[in-house]
Design a protein around this ligand. Structure first.
Ligand code: ATP
Length: 717
């Protein structure tokens, strides 16, 4: 134990109160010791009587200040007087240590201790009664004030206040109003909400909301008297230790009354709106964190602003895969983080188009495959589980791309996904700068995206557009970044505050929840095909880390020159959006190339090594198109195996027109050469690139045929 901790443990708190027993023993012992000292010093007996009287007066004064009851005051003063009297008697009758003196003191002490129990109980009851009366009195006064205010401001006479409840958070209170008979409606109060707030003279950032009560004539007025302005509520990452399901609503903000706002991510899509800097992106991160807490949700991100929403969710996973001295510096080096926190990131229009088309294919496939399952479950929506996970596509519009053609294309694509995939466990979360008629105009989509979050608005009309009939003004709703309105379409929204999440917390969450991320179910995998399976290849995602393969579409001269000059990416100028190159023509990068990028020192990342013939030999032995094979413990590289490679080629030839796959070849070679599947995948890809072999089919159905047996024009769907 350190010396400082020793000091701490020996510290005595002299202000500590006494219980009844210790108090009685202390008082009795104190009287005995003081009297003994006075006796040995030859003090006169009158001194003790005076000391007792002084003690009684002191107790009386202190007790009165504490507003103790008369009974307690009387008892405590009597104890002091009794002690003084005994002491004085003992001093004049042979001292305090004679048998009669000690006997009398013991009897007096026991009597006082016994009586103290009764007095303490009486005091407690009396104090509770006083508090209750006081709060009833305060509430009664507050209720009277409100009846008067409603009559003056809303011109509603005869309203009554059945209840007032102060919020445990201390941020305000709720008044329950019963409207008088005669046809007065809630609107009579709700329409005057601004006027009521002004009458109350609430501080800026505070306001009041009028909510429906238990019946037509009951109204709840929620008054916020303190605001969260300037407060930063750290995201409660420790809660993510518990695994949850997307079938239950996710907590997404803290309400002023101390409760939590929840959104049902299973049943509805979500729109989040707010101007730049209002905290949208932060809120989206907290939502992704909550989705990572589940074991039955995959998050796909579309962010045309350089993928900045998705990137923080990839760092921990990527750094856990890296090797070499540069990687060693990462706190995630060598950790077992098998998958990233988001399952697919699209940061270019072409990639977004691929993702959205894959989502539509998955929805159609699921509709066919799981029909029986839905019948068996008697459910008109696909039941979600870790085996058949929900896909949540999060789209961050971002100020930079809001008005571009690409952004509109993405919005149109997302509308289609929302419409087609609604019952097939694919949901969207769309972030927009402001809600106007032209955002998601499709009424069906508006209905499906019924979860609404607003982090800021410049006009009251925007709130009306978001939440329908409104009772809150934009001015009263937001007080700084993180404050938000949350609710569902057409319902009164709640005022709340989002948690603040930081990049380091996001990375820690990725590491904590990576092992509970589900895999896409096989029918969905098949439907998504190579577009999904090859989403982490260099060509497709390398640019997220600064590689020059910036788009999967062909960038035009303007975009290229701007990148070459170090300027921002001009996605607006990206060619090929209308006709994104099909996956068939996207050459799959070899493992060594991607590995080289991941191992590149930060300074060199913008200039990855040029592809060489040697690079394309696939000697890295890792199938980078299949992230499930990216594990932290795969540092050991297999040496070149010319014999094994030759044997694999023979097996490919022997497979004839039927062809074969990496797993089958690896099984054959395992005993003689110890060759792994990943190594064979590398060889097959290299042969496919040189034309030695032809790849047929995609996803789990992909197989390779030697060129001698290849059909005239292979179909690579
Ligand atoms: N819940 C919060 N609590 C406290 N501060 C917050 C919160 N959310 C956001 N902020 C602050 O506001 C800043 C802007 O937040 P954020 O980037 O999420 O806004 P945005 O609306 O997404 O802006 P943009 O459209 O530019 O991306 C953050 O850097 C942070 O300082």
């Amino acid at each position: 134990m350190s010396s400082s901790s020793k000091k701490t443990s020996m510290r005595v708190d002299w202000r500590a109160g006494h219980g009844i027993l210790s108090g009685t023993v202390n008082a009795t012992a104190g009287t005995l010791v003081t009297t003994s000292l006075a006796y040995s010093a030859g003090m006169p007996a009158g001194w003790s009587l005076a000391a007792g009287a002084a003690g009684a007066v002191g107790t009386l004064v202190a007790g009165l200040r504490k507003r103790l009851t008369r009974a307690t005051l009387g008892f405590r003063s009597a104890c002091w007087m009794a002690a003084g009297t005994w002491s004085s008697w003992a001093l004049s009758n042979g001292g305090p240590t004679t048998l009669p003196a000690i006997g009398t003191l013991a009897v007096a002490g026991i009597t006082a201790g016994t009586m103290a129990v009764g007095f303490a109980a009486h005091e407690e009851t009396e104090q509770a009664r006083r508090t209750l009366l006081m709060s009833i009195g305060t509430r009664r006064a507050l209720a009277a004030e409100w009846i008067d205010r409603i009559a003056r401001v809303c011109r509603v006479e005869g309203a009554t206040i059945p209840g007032i409840e102060h919020w445990p958070s201390g941020m305000g209170y709720t008044v329950e109003v019963e409207l008088p008979e005669g046809g007065t409606t809630r609107r009579a109060i709700a329409d005057r909400a601004d006027a009521l707030a002004s009458d109350l003279d609430l501080p800026h950032g505070c306001g009041l909301q009028v909510m429906p009560g238990v019946s037509r004539r009951r109204v709840l007025i929620q008054v916020t008297t303190k605001s969260y302005r300037g407060m930063e509520l750290p995201f409660p990452a420790e809660e993510l230790a518990e695994t949850v399901t997307v079938n239950n609503p996710a907590p997404v903000a803290l309400l002023s009354d101390g409760g939590r706002a929840e959104l049902d991510m299973r049943q509805a899509s979500t729109i989040v709106a707010g101007p730049t800097g209002s905290g949208k992106t932060n809120w989206l991160h907290t939502l992704i964190a909550r989705l990572n807490q589940t074991n039955d949700t995959l998050v796909w991100v579309i962010d045309l602003n350089g993928g900045s929403l998705g990137l923080p969710w990839l760092h921990a996973w990527r750094e856990a895969q890296q090797q070499g001295p540069d990687a060693e510096r990462s706190r995630w080096a060598g950790q077992d983080i098998p998958v990233p926190g988001v399952d697919w990131v699209a940061s270019t229009p072409a990639e977004a188009a691929r993702m959205l088309k894959a989502a539509v294919r998955i929805a159609k496939q699921r509709k066919v495959t799981y029909q029986q399952h839905m019948r068996a479950e008697d459910d008109d929506k696909l039941p979600v589980s870790p085996e058949v996970p929900e896909i949540v596509i999060v789209v961050d519009e971002g100020a930079e791309v809001a008005a571009t053609r690409e952004a509109r294309q993405v919005m149109a694509g997302i509308s289609e996904v929302i419409r087609i995939a609604r019952a097939m466990a694919i949901r969207a979360v769309v972030s927009v700068l402001r809600v106007t008629q032209d955002v998601l105009p499709d009424p069906m989509v508006r209905k499906m995206a019924s979860n609404r979050v607003c982090t800021g608005a410049t006009e009251d009309a925007e709130l009306g557009h978001m939440f329908g009939w409104r009772a809150l003004s934009a001015e009263d709703s937001f007080d700084g970044p993180g404050s938000l309105l949350i609710g569902t379409e057409g319902k009164q929204p709640h005022k709340g505050q989002g948690w603040r999440i930081t990049p380091s917390v996001i990375e820690a969450i990725c590491a904590q929840t990576a092992h509970r991320r589900p895999r896409l179910d096989t029918p969905s995998l098949d439907a998504a095909g190579a577009d999904y399976a090859e989403r982490w290849t260099l060509e497709r995602c390398g640019h997220l880390w600064g590689a020059q393969h910036a788009t999967a579409g062909a960038p035009d001269a303007e975009a290229s020159s701007s990148r070459a000059a170090g300027g921002p990416r001009q996605w607006k100028a990206t060619a090929g959006w209308d006709a994104p190159r099909s996956a068939d023509h996207v050459p799959t990068p070899d493992a060594a190339e991607l590995e080289a990028l991941f191992q590149l020192p930060a300074a060199n990342r913008d200039n990855p090594p040029a592809e060489t013939a040697d690079n394309s030999s696939g000697r890295g032995g890792t199938d980078w198109s299949d992230p499930s094979t990216w594990t932290a413990g795969r540092e050991r590289r297999e040496p070149e195996q010319p014999d094994a490679r030759q044997a694999a080629l023979m097996l490919l030839l022997a497979a004839g027109r039927e062809g074969t796959g990496a797993s089958a070849i690896a099984r054959e070679l395992a005993d003689d050469f110890g060759t792994t599947r990943q190594t064979v995948v590398g060889w097959l890809k290299a042969w496919a690139e040189t034309g030695e072999a032809v790849r047929i089919g995609s996803g789990s159905k992909a197989r390779y045929v030697h060129r001698q047996h290849a059909p005239e024009s292979p179909t690579e769907d």
